[in-house]
Write a protein that binds this ligand. Structure first.
Ligand code: ZN
Length: 250
């Protein structure tokens, strides 16, 4: 009989799983607040309705569950056959009936949770490959899901904000985003300062940088390309400046 509790006993991993589960519950709450007709409405993502976004979150859970099956069995099962297949799946999912869309979200989330729960301790270290081609341990799938459910709950555009996202998740998001800029070399001359903390991200080599400042939630909202409410900018001469668009992240 399958265990009713996580097989892993690693405290850091259990904490990470908790953030993913909380994020999933939060997305579910925001989705359930929407009427069926409101699913036709726009999200914060250009060209995507709430139908597209809900389908994406559902298929994302299935894709991540395939990685966990891979880690468990050693049989390679990619997230998606290709990005075209993924995009086609989302466009198809967006045409489902509201009840089918809601079931897709619910069932895929439960399935992923069972896969995580039943993955043996040692299999969490097995390597799998993301759609971007990165080789990562299965533990990384927890973060991959966490950032999807929290950010896309805000993208549903029915009241969730970045201030709803737990601080540890926000901090890791900012680390990820600024790390992605650094890898691409698009962070040149850009510093992100989180007010009220000693957290600073961005280009450490900049000697006369543009500095973006704001509370953690606002800094992440800007860095993730979701607008610039709540952040301010000063330019290389330390004069107040227009807030630039954040470099692309994904
Ligand atoms: Zn996404």
């Amino acid at each position: 009989m399958a265990a009713r509790h996580d097989q892993t006993t690693d405290p850091a991993l259990l904490e990470a799983l908790l953030q993913a589960r909380r994020g999933t519950a939060f997305f579910a709450r925001k989705l359930n607040e929407l009427t069926d007709a409101e699913l036709d409405g726009d999200t914060l993502l250009p060209g995507w309705t709430r139908r597209h976004l809900t389908a994406h979150i559902g298929y994302n859970a299935r894709a991540i569950a395939r990685l966990i099956e891979w880690a468990a069995t050693g049989v390679e099962t990619p997230m998606y056959a290709s990005t075209d297949v993924r995009d086609h799946e989302i466009n198809f999912g967006a045409t489902l009936s509201p009840i089918a869309l809601r079931h897709l979200f619910d069932h895929s989330a439960v399935h992923l949770n069972v896969e995580w729960r039943d993955l043996p301790e040692d299999a969490w270290h097995h390597k799998v490959r993301t759609i971007q081609g990165r080789e990562v341990p299965a533990t990384e799938t927890v973060w991959m899901r966490t950032r999807e459910v929290w950010i896309h709950a805000v993208d549903l555009a029915n009241g969730a904000t970045f201030t709803d996202i737990p601080a540890p998740v926000l901090e890791r998001l900012l680390t990820d985003i600024t790390g992605a800029w650094h890898t691409r070399g698009t962070d040149k001359g850009l510093i992100v300062k989180v007010t009220g903390t000693d957290l600073t991200f961005g280009d450490p080599t900049a000697d006369s940088p543009t500095v973006i400042s704001g509370p953690l939630a606002a800094a992440v909202e800007w860095a993730a390309g979701r607008g610039h409410a709540g952040v301010t900018a000063v330019d290389a001469e330390a004069s107040p400046a227009a807030v630039p668009a954040a470099p692309k992240w994904i």
